[in-house]
Design a protein around this ligand. Structure first.
Ligand SMILES: Cc1cc2nc3c(=O)[nH]c(=O)nc-3n(C[C@H](O)[C@H](O)[C@H](O)COP(=O)(O)OP(=O)(O)OC[C@H]3O[C@@H](n4cnc5c(N)ncnc54)[C@H](O)[C@@H]3O)c2cc1C
Length: 315
């Protein structure tokens, strides 16, 4: 049997004494830093903001805590769940789910429940939603590459425009046409208007086990940010650094290997020599930061969607 061909990728092995810089103090960056710290490696996390947690943070104002997004901690992956418990222990509590969209002066269940939505929107809207759904059901868009196409094919254009488009664009800050269909499939797997109606009417109990509709999940007692604030304490407790207000502007490379990361701070630019870097900021800001600069086609790809709008992906 012939040996497998060697991988052309340069894999950089961690050696004792190596320093790693993590760009971004959100869930991904802090988890990476925490796991490396546990193994005894030297890590420095550079976070641009004055608070950790990224979009899973809990902001504090006049002693009150605000979750910028309610975060369900729900996973089927046991090691991930174990890690959350390891960090938060008894502060990780079970809570019943209640998510609602405030639209046109009324509250609507989220994920959408057909009967609740149709009742709240009134008879005329309900009729047009069903007609628009039937149109999409019988004549679906043959191309299903982005969030808009995926949701429209399952819910109809009318319901997509009323709820999914506005909600998703506000929460994620990017047009639905720039979000890949796989993301929608992963988040609202198994849900469609027909299934939701059957579910609401309890007609089809067996076929309506819908992944998004779990009604209890784990939550940090003081909001999702507590997970990441505690994680920072643990990382610092193991002798490593999490530095706030450090905006990474350059990732220096020599012969394709990272040698340092530079960050802008209130006191000026600071350089962090390192053997490894983990990026959790957006791909577009990483590509911009690479020093020396990358070839033009890579820059263009890094800047955003191609003219077909299919190559961009949320970090
Ligand atoms: C409203 C809402 C609800 C959500 N609900 C859930 C949920 O219920 N369950 C769930 O699992 N997920 C949920 N998510 C998704 C979850 O928040 C993200 O998947 C997660 O935060 C991604 O973590 P991250 O570390 O990759 O990125 P981010 O959270 O974006 O963190 C990246 C960090 O990098 C920093 N950064 C960026 N550029 C630089 C730079 N140049 N220099 C230094 N630092 C930089 C940013 O300030 C940020 O702190 C939700 C998201 C939102 C918006």
């Amino acid at each position: 049997m012939s040996a497998a061909p060697a991988s052309p990728r340069v894999v950089s092995q961690l050696k004792p004494g190596d320093r790693t810089v993590v760009i971004g103090g959100g869930p991904a960056g802090l988890t990476a830093a925490y796991l490396l710290s546990k193994k005894g490696y030297a890590v420095t996390v550079l976070e641009a903001d004055d608070i950790v947690g990224g979009i899973s943070r809990t902001a504090q104002y006049k002693g009150y805590r605000f979750d910028i997004g309610g975060h369900r901690f729900f996973t089927k992956i046991k090691p991930v769940e174990d890690l959350w418990y390891e960090i938060l222990g008894e502060d990780f509590i079970s809570v019943p789910r209640l998510s609602r969209i405030h639209y046109d002066g009324k509250f609507f269940d989220y994920p959408l429940k057909a009967m609740n939505a149709l009742r709240g929107l009134g008879l005329w809207n309900a009729i047009t939603i069903v007609l628009s759904y039937l149109k999409s059901h019988w004549w679906p868009n043959p191309v299903e590459e982005n969030f808009e196409q995926w949701v429209t094919n399952r819910f109809g254009a009318k319901l997509y425009n009323i709820f999914f488009k506005t909600y998703t664009e506000k929460v994620w800050g990017i047009p639905c046409t720039e979000i890949r269909a796989e993301w929608a499939a992963q988040r609202i797997q198994g849900l469609s208007l027909a299934k939701a109606i059957l579910s609401a009417a309890a007609i089809n109990k067996r076929s309506t086990k819908i992944k998004t509709l779990i009604n209890e999940f784990q939550y940090p007692r003081l909001g999702p940010g507590q997970m990441w604030e505690t994680c920072v304490d643990r990382i610092r407790g193991m002798g490593n650094q999490v530095l706030l207000k450090h905006y990474v502007t350059a990732v220096e490379t020599v012969n394709g290997k990272v040698v340092a990361v530079r960050a802008k701070t209130a006191e000026g630019e600071v350089r962090f020599p390192c053997e490894h870097a983990i990026n959790t900021s957006s791909i577009r800001s990483l590509v911009r930061a690479l020093d020396p600069q990358v070839p033009e086609p890579v820059k263009v790809a890094g800047r955003g969607p191609s003219s077909t709008g299919t190559s961009w992906w949320w970090p």
